[in-house]
Design a protein around this ligand. Structure first.
Ligand code: GLN
Length: 284
């Protein structure tokens, strides 16, 4: 079998099963199984494929047909142009979250020395990307899950920012409560924000593969925001900023919490689909 034959076989299986993006998923899975880039998939279409590699591609395809997302099958995915590994304790990074990175960078000078705190870092997609983009900044990356934190540390190593990346295993900023207040320039977070009652409505790809701890925002979906905003008031310098990922219908409720805690200059940023996705605010 040749490279193109294998690709077409997997793509057709995905088309028949009405997978949303059959071409893209087949390209990602087949190229990973063969250990080549997506462009080589086309350029080296006539190369023969070994039995072992074609068996790996077929195992990947079976997992995809059983409903596992591509990122979970490969244990990694791209975020803001960089490769991030993930594990069962971490949410799969979403492209929606790239809106948070753009929003923070739009308010920053890349050479500035900023001290960030990322609450609920997961894979470290936000934390590591910001450090990679802002070469003089430093990050305290907090997660309740030790397993998630080791994944974030691996990503910090992968992108050579570990010397500016401090992982902290804690329940949000509880471990920083006794520390000197008002030292951070930024608090960033993509906390769990799905209402408990709505968890059952998430697609099987999400609810069966992303950890509930990273999704469940309590009865109102707002539990994490209430805690994070109160803690950010203590962590941030006057003039420091907060950037929060939010659910598409949560801007009003989260904005109310921010106003309640001496935050101003509130700005709502939309994602590429046009949904409210990020709230920015300034600590007064
Ligand atoms: N955006 C994610 C989803 O809807 C949820 C992420 C989160 O709760 N932080 O699948």
């Amino acid at each position: 079998m040749t490279v193109s034959q294998l690709y077409r076989q997997v793509r057709d299986l995905f088309r028949d099963a009405q997978i949303e993006l059959p071409e893209l998923d087949a390209k990602l899975l087949v190229s990973a199984a063969l250990g080549i880039s997506i462009s080589d998939l086309m350029l080296r279409g006539d190369d023969p494929v070994s039995e072992t590699k074609s068996a790996t591609a077929k195992t990947h395809a079976e997992k995809r047909l059983a409903g596992m997302p591509v990122g979970r099958i490969l244990g990694e995915r791209e975020f803001y142009g960089r490769r991030f590994v993930m594990n069962p304790a971490t949410l799969e990074p979403r492209s929606d979250t790239e809106a948070l990175i753009d929003a923070v960078l739009a308010l920053s000078v890349p050479t500035q020395e900023q001290l960030f705190c990322d609450l609920g870092t997961g894979t470290g997609a936000i934390a590591v990307t910001l450090l990679a983009e802002m070469k003089r900044s430093r990050m305290v990356a907090v997660d309740l899950s030790f397993e998630a934190l080791s994944c974030a540390s691996e990503n910090a190593d992968l992108h050579e920012v570990s010397d500016r990346f401090l992982p902290l295993c804690a329940d949000y900023a509880s471990a920083l409560a006794g520390a000197k207040s008002g030292v951070f320039d930024w608090v960033v977070s993509n906390p769990p924000y799905i209402r408990t009652h709505d968890l059952g409505m998430l697609s099987p790809e999400v609810i069966q593969h992303d950890p509930v701890l990273a999704l469940d925002g309590g009865v109102t979906g707002l539990d994490s925001y209430v805690r994070i905003i109160a803690q950010a008031e203590m962590l941030l310098k006057s003039g420091g900023r907060i950037a929060l990922e939010i659910g598409f219908d949560q801007a009003g409720a989260v904005e109310k919490q921010l106003r309640h805690h001496s935050f101003g200059a509130i700005e709502i940023v939309k994602d590429l689909s046009g949904n409210d996705r990020v709230l920015l605010a300034c600590r007064q």
